[in-house]
Design a protein around this ligand. Structure first.
Ligand code: SAM
Length: 398
């Protein structure tokens, strides 16, 4: 291996967001591994350095070629830990977090850095993180976990993540994150129209999605389960979801309040409301109003009670020009989930990539859905660059 330049390899490399932060800080890529074809092709075309398409459950095929490596970085899948998804404790991908520790011990770099969503530290799911730490420490490595928020690193995106560092260099290190003012969408999307991967698809005028989108202002979302100025309920868009009377509207709002107020679970969604409870609140009008709302499709039967139809907490979420974005995820191209601040459409691939911190010279080349997936799954390169700076401290080359 060439001396002088710090070297790194990556596991679960995706399209290379994590890698780009290290390249930006002067590290040389020596190997990358992912089992996804689109990830491998986009990585090869844009990041450079060798990449292999492999299932890491079978180990790193040419691990001997990585001998003497300075840093191993890894971005194992987060779907099983993310609160945006089902968060299954036994999701088959969760074990890839502790697997990373076993692969790292075989490759024996000076430093290991692993990134994941902050949900990896919460509740029973933290067992995978404990296993990661509990594999490295007995082998003589020091470890440290830090939480970071992308907005505090100057990004235009609320993205809370954890970074795990393990090192065998014997050095002490103070992990102090830089503190920069957040950016916003206006800044990060400036002059985007002339760039590649920017192909805005406006919603068709008159379509159901368009009729919903035009009723949702910046900072609002379509949401039946929470009140307040940030939510637009289905019954406020009668041209799409059907007209309700004032009394029916009162019932829907009462139900919205009761299902949260009387909830039985301490986390997640709220509960349906029993008919007894509703009858007590509504008196004689109860039967007529509830039946009418069941017929109109605003209510559904649930056990011995009723519930709102559409208990999702936020679709058609319209972002604001003057604020950071919420976390970019794989659905960022779909207006049903995220709306551009002032156009009735989702975000283009280039817009999603910009918010995620990719330079415009990264050209995505696979089908659109895969492009959004690669971007949504990536570690933002600016966050990766912060990790790369810490690694320099750990190997003594600041
Ligand atoms: C969170 S993404 C990684 C993002 C990447 N670090 C970046 O910054 O762009 C997780 C990656 O793990 C890959 N992956 C999942 N299971 C794998 C396996 N068994 N072997 C190899 N790669 C796998 C997926 O294809 C996906 O690209």
């Amino acid at each position: 291996m060439r001396t002088g330049t710090l070297t790194f390899a990556s596991l679960f490399s995706g399209c290379g967001g994590f890698d780009l932060g290290f390249v930006a800080k002067g590290f040389r890529p020596c190997g990358a591994y992912d089992h996804d074809n689109d990830a491998v092709e986009n990585f090869a075309a844009n990041v450079g350095g060798p990449i292999r398409r492999v299932d890491l459950n079978n180990g790193v095929p040419d691990e001997h070629s990585l001998m003497g490596l300075d840093t191993l970085i890894a971005g194992p899948p987060c779907q099983g830990f993310s609160t945006a998804g089902k968060r299954l404790l036994h999701d088959e991908r969760n074990h890839l977090v502790p697997l990373t520790a076993r692969l790292a011990l075989r490759i024996n770099p000076k430093v290991l850095v692993l990134e994941n969503v902050s949900g990896v530290l919460a509740g029973d799911h933290a067992r995978y993180w404990r296993e990661l730490d509990g594999t490295m420490r007995p082998a003589g490595w020091r470890t440290h976990t830090i939480r970071c928020q992308a907005t505090e690193l100057g990004m235009a995106q609320l993205r809370s993540r954890v970074l795990f560092f393990a090192w065998r260099t014997g050095r002490d290190m103070e992990f102090v994150l830089p503190k920069l003012p957040p950016s916003n969408l206006r800044t990060v999307l400036a002059r985007v129209s002339s760039q590649s991967n920017h192909d805005p698809q406006q919603l068709r005028t008159g379509s159901i999605e368009w009729r919903i989108a035009r009723r949702i202002k910046a900072g609002q979302k379509l949401c039946n389960v929470r009140g307040g100025s940030k939510s637009v309920a289905a019954w406020e868009i009668p041209e799409v979801f059907g007209h309700v009377s004032e009394n029916e509207r009162t019932v829907l709002e009462l139900l919205r309040r009761l299902r949260r107020q009387d909830r039985q679970r301490d986390r997640g969604d709220a509960d349906p409301v029993s008919l007894v409870r509703l009858r007590a609140a509504l008196g004689g009008r109860f039967h007529r109003l509830v039946n009418s709302l069941l017929t109109k499709g605003y209510l559904k039967r649930a056990g011995d009670g009723v519930d709102l139809v559409g208990t999702f907490n936020g679709k058609f979420r319209r972002l604001s020009w003057d604020k950071p974005s919420c976390a970019v995820d794989t659905r960022f191209g779909s207006p049903r989930y995220f709306l551009h601040p002032s156009k009735n459409r989702g975000f283009t691939v280039r817009e999603a990539a910009r918010i995620q911190g990719f330079d415009d010279n990264y050209v995505f080349q696979c089908n659109k859905q895969a492009q959004y997936r690669l971007i949504g799954n990536a570690v933002p390169p600016p966050l990766a660059a912060v990790a790369a700076e810490f690694v320099k401290g750990l190997v003594g080359r600041t």
